[in-house]
Design a protein around this ligand. Structure first.
Ligand SMILES: *Cc1c(COP(=O)(O)O)cnc(C)c1O
Length: 397
């Protein structure tokens, strides 16, 4: 069978691949410590589960409008008002099957063949592939650890050409945990407005921030920038609901309408039951987030300190999300009996095979000097896993 040319540039998500490999080893009885997880390790809160059960019992199990139910859209609008002081109408909101699906729909609705999309690197693994799937071209801006893995207004300005359609911004970032301050966003927003491009803002980690970092949506930092902004968010990370597959997007009505049309011709509505559960997540009690953040914060501090004490590793202190992204290039060139560490992938392979620790190679995020470790796993696992990594690194020659 001949596969479409479009697929030549598309690879499977490397983060999902690591999780799958670690799971397969576990199934064979191997005691694997997984740092690959891109999801909170907590259970979905009880009140949310009950809302889903009630939806089933009430027979809310049929098609809904393709773009999601009106009451959930209303709850999303209220969330934007309450958390971000952003005014959206329900016809400027779309509910999709996860934030990932929102981003996919955006690329399909916004991009043409000659278009370029600017993506700061390191980036979330799916952005470039989604841009390719729309036939457009990703253009990367390399960021540096010493400047907090963030782009500046000048960096952005320098990459904009007459073909630039959009910038994808992800703050707090997966994988780096870098988060943009209000002032930094303002400077980027000025360039976005000046040059007439669209900013796609992935705000899925909005609520997962530390050290009293204050989150701002780029749509709020300058008057008028909202007209050029598409905001993506969802319930997966904040409410530990990754399997429920509900994300939402807000933006100018014409793009939302286009995306709704795409959705009506592809997936139809996101699961009716999960929509009811998400309604409860957004409008019910919010204490779950505070509890989860407390646990994440303890693990974050411990992990950063331990990683920095491993010879050849240096780890930036993330202000958001639940990942550390140490630079491991200090061990490149070292060897064990069976492994030669040349890059992030060979290090990840060595750690998995020799110590049964799963980490994600930075290559998939555009950073081959780094690896990503999620701290969305128990403190006990973190301690055990870091002991194993430390030992494995110390055994290299
Ligand atoms: C997890 C994640 C998403 C996707 O979330 P879903 O709502 O589960 O699809 C999008 N962007 C980033 C940066 C993520 O880490």
């Amino acid at each position: 069978m001949i596969i479409s040319k479009r697929m030549n540039k598309i690879k499977p998500s490397p983060t999902l691949a690591v999780s799958a490999r670690a799971k397969a080893m576990k199934a064979r009885g191997i005691d694997v410590i997984g740092f690959g997880a891109g999801e909170p390790d907590f259970d979905t809160p009880e009140n949310i589960k009950r809302a889903a059960i009630k939806a089933i019992e009430d027979g809310f199990t049929k098609y809904t409008p393709a773009g999601g139910i009106e009451e959930l859209k209303k709850a999303v609008c209220e969330k934007f008002k309450k958390d971000n002081n952003l005014d959206y109408d329900t016809n400027e909101v779309l509910i999709s099957c996860g934030a990932k699906h929102c981003l996919y729909n955006i690329c399909q609705a916004l991009l043409d063949e000659q278009d370029e999309v600017i993506i700061p690197s390191p980036y979330w693994v799916s952005y470039p592939d989604m841009v390719y799937l729309a036939g457009a071209t990703p253009v990367f801006i390399e960021t540096q650890e010493k400047t907090g893995f963030k782009i500046t207004a000048e960096d952005l300005s320098a990459k904009i050409t007459s073909n630039t359609k959009a910038l994808i911004l992800n703050s707090p970032s997966n994988p780096t945990g870098a988060s943009y301050t209000k002032d930094e966003l303002k400077q980027i927003a000025d360039v976005v407005m000046d040059r007439g491009i669209t900013v796609i803002s992935d705000e899925i980690y909005e609520k997962i921030v530390y050290d009293s970092f204050e989150f701002y949506s780029i749509a709020t930092v300058e008057p008028g920038v909202k007209n050029q902004a598409i905001i993506v968010n969802g319930v997966s990370k904040s409410y530990s609901m990754t399997g429920w597959r509900i994300g939402y997007v807000a933006g100018p009505r014409e793009i939302i309408t286009a995306m709704t049309n795409i959705q009506s011709q592809s997936t139809s509505n996101p699961t009716s039951i999960a929509q009811k559960a998400s309604l409860e997540a957004l409008s019910g009690p919010q204490d779950f987030i505070t509890e989860m953040l407390g646990a994440f914060d303890k693990r974050r501090k411990y992990m950063v300190e331990r990683l920095n004490s491993i010879p050849g590793f240096s780890c930036y202190n993330p202000t958001g999300a639940f990942y550390t992204f140490p630079n491991v290039s200090g061990v490149f060139g070292k060897k064990s009996a069976k492994h030669e560490i040349a890059d992030s992938s060979s290090l990840a392979k060595y750690l998995l095979e020799s110590s049964h620790v799963a980490v994600v190679a930075g290559l998939g995020f555009g950073a081959d000097s780094n690896i990503r470790l999620s701290y969305a796993t128990s403190f006990e696992n973190i301690e055990k896993g870091l002991n194993r990594i430390q030992k494995a690194i110390e055994e290299l020659e």
